[in-house]
Design a protein around this ligand. Sequence first.
Ligand SMILES: [Cu+2]
Length: 153
Amino acid sequence: MTIRIALAALAVLLATGQGAAAEPAATVRELNRGPVAGETFAYDPALVRIPVGGAVRFEPTDKGHNVTPIQALWPAGAPSLNVPFNAEATVTFDSPGVYPVQCTPHTGLGMVALIVVGDADMNEFAAKAASAPGLAPKARAKLGVLAGAAGRP
Ligand SMILES: [Cu+2]
């Protein structure tokens, strides 16, 4: 299982991946406001589906955000992921699964996102998210909503 991250200025290979990142399959913006009116500190979109081998580009549209794994729900054996603050990075996901990410300073405000790679059992993920220890209430609630949305055809 590999995840590859290519920063704009610096390529970081987290695991065994080699070569350039795939063309971005999706772009996730890091926002201080919205996209929903009244909402603050959010990834947009917060739910991304990509095929196995697909990539996500994280764009620091607003400053002060990063992207890190939600460890309690990270797929077993998957390498970690770290998109630094204010950095644009493209992350390639080479194994199927559900990859929940958070902004470190804003996870308590619900700044989380789900990257669904290939076919994944969203009911299983939703059950784990409902009971995982240590999740902030807003993060847990948002993960539940995202898992439900991902589970609908
Ligand atoms: Cu943030």
